[in-house]
Structures are given as C-alpha cells and as structure tokens.
Design a binder for this molecule. Structure first.
Ligand SMILES: Cc1cc2nc3c(=O)[nH]c(=O)nc-3n(C[C@H](O)[C@H](O)[C@H](O)COP(=O)(O)O)c2cc1C
Ligand code: SF4
Length: 441
C-alpha cells in the first residue's frame, strides 16, 4: 500500500506538498483518532452551526468552487442543489460516499480513508445536511481491508463520543473496473451486479432504490468537511482561480518515492516528478490512469497539474494518477496489455464495448509485435476509435479510446522500430492487472 511521502526526519510536508490539508495528521501510518481530529479541526457541528440550512451550505460550497475529485471534476454545489431539490419532492434522499477506487493504480482514496476517516465521515454529515438525507453509504475499496477497518473504528469512536450523528452503512465496493461508476455502484449497493445504467433518470433524480441520491467521491467529501469549517475564501486560498484547493495524486511506476501526494492544484508537474524521484530516462508517463493519456516526459515537465494545465498536453488528470513508464519498457506493448485488460472489464451491455474494444485491443496487440505490423493499421485503429467514442452507455469506451490514441501518437518512433522488425522493450512495466471481476464473483 502506498502512503504519503514524508521528509528526511519523518515529519512534516515535503517541498512538493507544502499545503497539507487532506493528509495533515499523524505520520505513523495509523488513522487519526477522533480526539486528534477534533483537536486539530474543532467540532464539526459547532463549525457548521446547528441551524445551518441546506441553502446556506450549498451557497458556501458554490462560493468555494469545489469540484468533484472522482474523475470528471463536476461542480459539487450543482449536484448538492439538484439532489436537495429532488429530495424536496420525494424526501428520503441518500448520500453515497464513493471510495470504490476501482482504477488499479490509484491509492488516494484508500490512503485518505485509512489515515483520516473522520474527515470523510464529517464530509458525509455535511453533505447529508445539505440535501436533507437521513441515510448514507460509505463505500471502501475492494481489497483494502485497512481502509474499511479504519472507518469501522472511527464509527465506534463516534458512537461513543458523538451520539446522534449520521451513521453510514460501510460497504466494500465492487472489484469491477466499471463498478466505481456511479450508476453501477448504486446497483451494487442494491445487491445486484454492478452494471452501469443509462440515464435519465440520473441518480440525483432516482438513484438508490429510486430515491434521489448524491454520489460523491470520498476526497470531495473530505474537502466539504474542511470548507464547512474554514469557509470558501480559505478553500480558494490554495489552487487556481478556476480549480481551487489541493488534490491527491497517486504517483506509481518508475519513481524512487512512489506514493500519494497532496498538491496545490496548479503545481508544476516537474515539481511532483522530482519529489517522487522521477528518472529522466523514463520516456513517457500515463496521466489519469488506465483511462488516461500517454504523454512524453519532456513535454509533461512543462505542464501544471490542473485540469486546464494538462489539457494543454491533450490529457486529463482524471482521478489524479501519474504512472511513469520505466526505462526499457515498450510503450506499445504496455498499452496492448492495458487495452486487452480494459476490453474484458466492460459490463458487456453496449455495442462499442462488446465489439469495438476487443477489435481495437487486438489491433494494438499487433502494433506491439515487431515483424508483423501491417501497413495502414494505425489508420484503421484511428477510424475504429472515432466510431467507438461517445457511443457507450458510460464513459468506459471514451477512456479506452484516450489510452489507445495517445499511445499511437507518443510511441510513433517505437512503431517505426517495430516496422523494421525491432523493439526497444527489454523489461515490462508491471502495471497491475487485477483478475477480471467475473472470475471473482
Ligand atoms: C468506468 C468508471 C469508473 C469510475 N470509478 C470511480 C471510482 O472508483 N470512484 C469514484 O469516486 N468515481 C468513479 N467514477 C466516477 C463516478 O461515476 C462519479 O462521477 C463520481 O463518484 C462522482 O463523485 P465526484 O463528483 O465527487 O467526483 C467512475 C466513472 C466511470 C465511467
Ligand atoms: S459503455 Fe461499456 S462499460 Fe459502459 S455501460 Fe456500456 S458496455 Fe458497460
């Protein structure tokens, strides 16, 4: 399990992370206790004001500019508002804290839940207050018993010392890659297989068991807990005007100090890479995880870590993942492995996933083989990607297309080598490829 980085003496933030907000707390890898949490931040309800209305909380969040940290960056206040309006009609809204973290490289949500469970639990309380919910779920990642244990201990502490608070039901998330998608997650919580559901109605209208449901990533909720205590101006004092706050980023692959880092949004990517012990011999990095975009390392050095900053590279930061390709690894071979895995991780409900993804993955596997690259194969892959993009019930095919397109562009020199019957690959990158969920159910 990756953890957050510490300085030489084992205490205090590293230079790349001078603004610890979410990862402030004990440095021994154990969860912050309720007593330490309250000593650091003060009690939540007093900060919130016992009579703080839904409208005032939503206005506060709107002014803070908080955007979702689960990948899409959607404005949190808009979702709170939508659920609260639907709750006014239907009552009994539900809050779901999405800590599924189904992206195999990501570690940020499990680290957050393991180290600062009370911050996430506070965020659930604030969100519930904002939308008028009496019921909540907290989803912990599959295969992360330490995160679930920290949450359960935290709930026991709250039951003993903060009676009367909202007690979320703790549920282990689905192992399926698409299982973290919000509609798939709602099905999982209803006890059925995690298949994405095509809207409308969307979860804010009819979600868990038909009730208006707010689904927020756990990092988003942790920020909500801080905003409700320290206000919108405080939140905006970090990050950029368009993307305020800090963000958690998982750095993996060929770095000497891989881990989960907290950064001001807008921090130069170079600073993160240097702090994480990046090797300049790494030719490329994958930004945004398996749905992400390959970027040449030298180009990435000049970018800022924000949605707008990486857009310049044609990339999206997704849920904050930077995977470094090790020296000696063939980017096309690595992409072929990922594409083949992703093609088997669909929910099998839509044409593009059932027919398109396996075909493209097969073609990328051909590109990855030296000696046998047919002429015009990249053009065919490009055409298929155009056909697939935007046509699924969820964003799975779009993420897949991102990965494949960027690999063909960034690894063009490698492809030329393959055409000449050679390959620069001498090692494999070791990207984690969990067993497919169908086998595990
Ligand atoms: C295939 C797929 C997988 C996803 N996995 C996750 C996940 O593991 N955790 C998460 O918070 N959001 C995930 N999302 C995004 C959720 O659908 C949803 O947008 C998010 O939980 C909303 O929270 P936010 O607004 O706080 O970001 C995924 C989306 C897709 C398309
Ligand atoms: S696009 Fe793919 S992953 Fe998404 S719902 Fe359709 S089949 Fe499932």
């Amino acid at each position: 399990v990756a953890t957050w980085p510490v300085s030489e003496d084992g205490d205090g933030p590293t230079p790349a992370a001078p603004h610890y907000r979410l990862l402030a707390g004990p440095r021994d890898g154990r969860a912050e206790t309720l007593a330490a949490h309250r000593e650091r931040l003060g009690p939540l309800l007093e900060a919130l004001g016992r009579r703080q209305s839904s409208a005032r909380i939503i206005d506060l969040v709107r002014r803070s500019g908080l955007q979702g940290r689960g990948g899409a960056g959607f404005p949190t206040a808009v979702k709170l508002d939508a659920v609260s309006k639907n709750a006014g009609l239907a009552r009994n809204p539900v809050v779901v804290a999405n800590g599924s973290e189904t992206e195999p490289i990501s570690r940020k949500d499990r680290v957050l839940l393991t180290l600062r469970p009370h911050l996430v639990l506070d965020g659930i309380e604030v969100a519930a207050r904002a939308v008028g919910a009496q019921r909540a779920f907290l989803v912990t990642p599959w295969g992360a018993p330490e995160a679930a244990a920290a949450v359960r201990v935290a709930l026991k502490e709250r039951a003993a010392h903060l009676p009367g608070g909202l007690v979320p039901e703790v549920v282990t998330g689905s192992p399926a890659f698409v299982g973290g998608e919000e509609t798939a997650l709602l099905r999982w919580l209803e006890g059925t297989p995690p298949l994405p559901r095509f809207g409308p109605p969307r979860p804010f209208q009819r979600g868990w068991r038909g009730l208006p449901t707010l689904v927020q990533n756990v990092e988003t909720l942790a920020n909500l807990a801080l905003i409700s205590r320290f206000g919108a101006d405080w939140f905006r004092s970090d990050g950029t005007d368009d993307e305020p706050g800090t963000t958690l980023v998982t750095v993996a692959g060929s770095a000497t100090r891989p881990g989960v880092y907290e950064l001001s949004i807008g921090t130069p990517l170079r600073r993160l890479l240097e702090t994480a012990g990046w090797s300049p011999t790494s030719s490329a990095l994958l930004l945004g995880g398996y749905f992400g975009t390959w970027v040449e390392s030298q180009a990435a050095l000049g970018a800022l870590l924000s949605r707008a900053g990486v857009r310049v590279l044609g990339a999206s930061s997704g849920a904050g993942i930077v995977q470094l390709l090790p020296e000696g690894a063939c980017g096309l071979k690595e992409t072929a492995r990922l594409a083949t895995w992703l093609a088997l991780e669909t929910s099998g409900q839509c044409g593009p996933c059932v027919r398109g993804l396996p075909a493209v993955a097969g073609a990328v596997s051909q590109l990855a083989q030296a000696h046998s690259v047919p002429q015009g194969l990249e053009a065919r892959i490009g055409q298929w990607c155009d056909d697939i993009e935007g046509r699924g019930g969820c964003h799975h095919p779009n993420g897949f297309v991102n990965l494949v397109r960027s690999s063909v562009a960034v690894f063009a020199p490698e492809l030329e080598l393959h055409r000449r019957g050679r390959c620069s690959g001498t090692v494999t990158a070791g990207f984690p490829l969990p067993a497919h969920h169908r086998e595990r159910r």
